[in-house]
Design a protein around this ligand. Structure first.
Ligand SMILES: [Zn+2]
Length: 104
């Protein structure tokens, strides 16, 4: 008796799974964005130390308003982000870069 139930139960489960119609995972799914690898600009240019005197380069890591851009946005590595922030703050103190600029 118990053996009969076992044999019945096993085949019954298999067709149920097979009967389910195959359907594409996401018919209307589109690629929302192309993933682009961010590279640290400082590493790419092989600058071993970020210099505050190279303010044109340092300035490229600030917003128009004078804010420091985050690592998440620029893709710099942690080590160089630390050097950049230090350089920006030094430049601000020397009045090379602005602390802030008014919004338009
Ligand atoms: Zn780097």
């Amino acid at each position: 008796m118990s053996e009969e139930i076992k044999t019945n139960a096993a085949p019954a489960a298999a067709p149920a799974a097979a009967a389910r119609p195959e359907r594409p995972a996401r018919p209307f799914a589109k690629k929302r964005f192309e993933s682009r690898r961010k590279v640290c600009k400082v590493c790419a240019e092989k600058i071993d130390n970020v210099d505050y005197k190279n303010f044109q380069f340092v300035k490229s890591f600030t917003m128009e308003s004078g804010k420091i851009l985050s690592r998440r946005i620029t893709g710099t590595c942690a080590k160089h982000q630390r050097q950049i922030t230090k350089a920006i703050k030094r430049d601000r103190n020397l009045a090379i870069l602005p602390y802030s600029l008014p919004k338009k």
